[in-house]
Design a protein around this ligand. Structure first.
Ligand code: PBG
Length: 435
């Protein structure tokens, strides 16, 4: 039933597979042509006299298409005007209610909202929100290895070999209309330092992978993560001072170099997820100075200090080695504060505003949608993904339906694009494919 709830991109050749063609039958074949029941003298043959040849042939309800009479339009109209009306199926009887159903007068309602939900055709016509594979950005974990390593806390997700498994996964996603990815690297411990300098190594895992992907798939939109945590020996998104303080402006300096290295490799969208103050403006300036005016900035505008990131940190082995991220990521209790971040990111030149996590923060997505004209991204994070997967594996919920509903709800709240580990699975579902 996916096609009745979620519409697909019409440019996809497979997009209509979800439609149940078997249930679509032309109704013409069910019409029967007989004489009019209320003009008996003309139409209905009496039993005593020989039956007159009917003007319209009687067509049985079971036959597919009524035989044409060869009459002109004028003759058809004249026949009807004379009372010789073609027969249609009888008025259907009122369906029976179960015994014991109370007999009540109908409620005097001027509006019955259930009317527009009566049939699949009506429901599809009045559907307010749609979702298509083009709305998805597929987060992919990469590593230096050649094998794909399963991520225990995220069933179905792997750390992909940057030259092997990654290419196959990207090709599969493109096959079903997902043409945007975001890369997350698992960096060898030996390369991690307190100042995260591997983040801007032009020959590092991420820039190298971007160049290879752009070579193979020139049309692919590549998003990158800008933050120090995969490269930090402290597991934090910024440089940690002796007293545990995450240094803001010094970190921003590193992030600018990281963003420029990614842009030089061919990244289309750089995405600062670090939550340092002022990093969007600084990165914009650094990109422009280096000649990358065309590269977009997707700012993690409202990124909350959330426990829903747990599986991701396992995937990248990027748990903070001490403390938490509460001095830079937002307090989950705060709503108005998101608008402070929106105003800063807008004035600093962000192209896309991101909210993270997704489903528990629909109110934040809606607030930003109502307060900014900029495109909005929602990140359905690792914990959200893993909960749905676990529920499905345990057969507590219907995984596919819950997956599609959660994605549709993110769109309804106001997200233009969704970063989701379900991107491939959901796009296959929208295209009518089953895994
Ligand atoms: C780090 C980053 C995190 C995620 C994306 N970028 C983790 C964190 O902030 O600790 C989480 C994504 C997820 O949970 O799926 N800059």
């Amino acid at each position: 039933m996916a096609s009745t709830i979620f519409s697909t991109s019409s440019s996809l050749p497979t997009a209509v597979k979800g439609l149940d063609c078997n249930t679509y039958k032309p109704t013409l074949g069910n019409l029967r042509f007989i004489a009019s029941p209320n003009r008996k003298s003309i139409a209905v043959p009496s039993s005593s006299s020989p039956a007159p040849k009917p003007l319209f042939p009687v067509v049985k309800a079971t036959s597919d298409v009524p035989v044409k009479t060869g009459l002109s339009d004028a003759e058809c109209e004249a026949a009807v005007a004379a009372g010789n009306v073609p027969e249609a199926p009888p008025v259907p009887p009122t369906p029976l209610a179960p015994a014991g159903t109370p007999v009540v007068p109908s409620l005097p309602l001027s509006r019955r909202p259930r009317r527009t939900r009566r049939s699949p055709a009506l429901r599809a016509a009045f559907q307010e929100t749609s979702i298509s594979p083009a709305n998805f950005v597929y987060p992919l974990f990469i590593h230096e290895g050649e094998e794909d390593t399963p991520i225990g806390a995220m069933p179905g997700c792997y750390r992909l070999g940057w030259r092997h498994g990654l290419l196959e996964e990207v090709a599969k996603a493109r096959d079903v209309g997902v043409n945007s990815i975001v890369l997350f690297p698992k960096v060898p411990d030996a390369l991690k330092t307190p100042t995260g300098d591997e983040a801007y190594n032009e020959y590092g895992l991420v820039p190298r992978t971007i160049r290879m992907l752009k070579d193979k798939f020139p049309g692919l939109a590549i998003y990158t993560d800008v933050a120090l945590d995969p490269y930090s020996s402290d597991g934090h998104d910024g440089i940690v001072r002796e007293d545990g303080v995450i240094m803001n402006d010094e970190t921003v300096h590193q992030l600018c170099k990281q963003a420029v290295a990614q842009a030089r490799a061919g990244a289309d969208v750089v995405s600062p997820s670090d939550m340092m103050d002022g990093r969007v403006g600084a990165i914009r300036g650094a990109l422009d100075d280096a000649g990358f005016q065309h590269v977009l900035i997707m700012s993690y505008t409202a990124k909350y200090a959330s426990s829903f990131y747990g599986p991701f940190r396992e995937a990248l082995d990027s748990n903070p080695h001490f403390g938490d991220k509460k001095t830079y990521q937002m307090n989950p209790a705060n709503y108005r504060e998101a608008l402070v971040e929106v105003h800063e990111d807008e004035s600093e030149g962000a192209d896309i505003l991101l909210v993270k996590p997704g489903l528990p923060y629909l109110d934040i997505i809606r607030q930003i949608r109502d307060n900014s004209p900029l495109p909005i991204a929602a990140y359905q994070v690792s914990g959200e993904y893993s909960m749905i997967k676990a529920g499905g594996i345990l057969k507590m919920i219907d995984e596919e339906k819950v997956m599609m509903e959660s994605l549709l709800c993110l769109r309804r709240a106001g997200a233009d694009i969704i970063l989701t580990y379900f991107a491939l699975q959901a796009a296959r579902c929208l295209c009518g494919e089953k895994r």
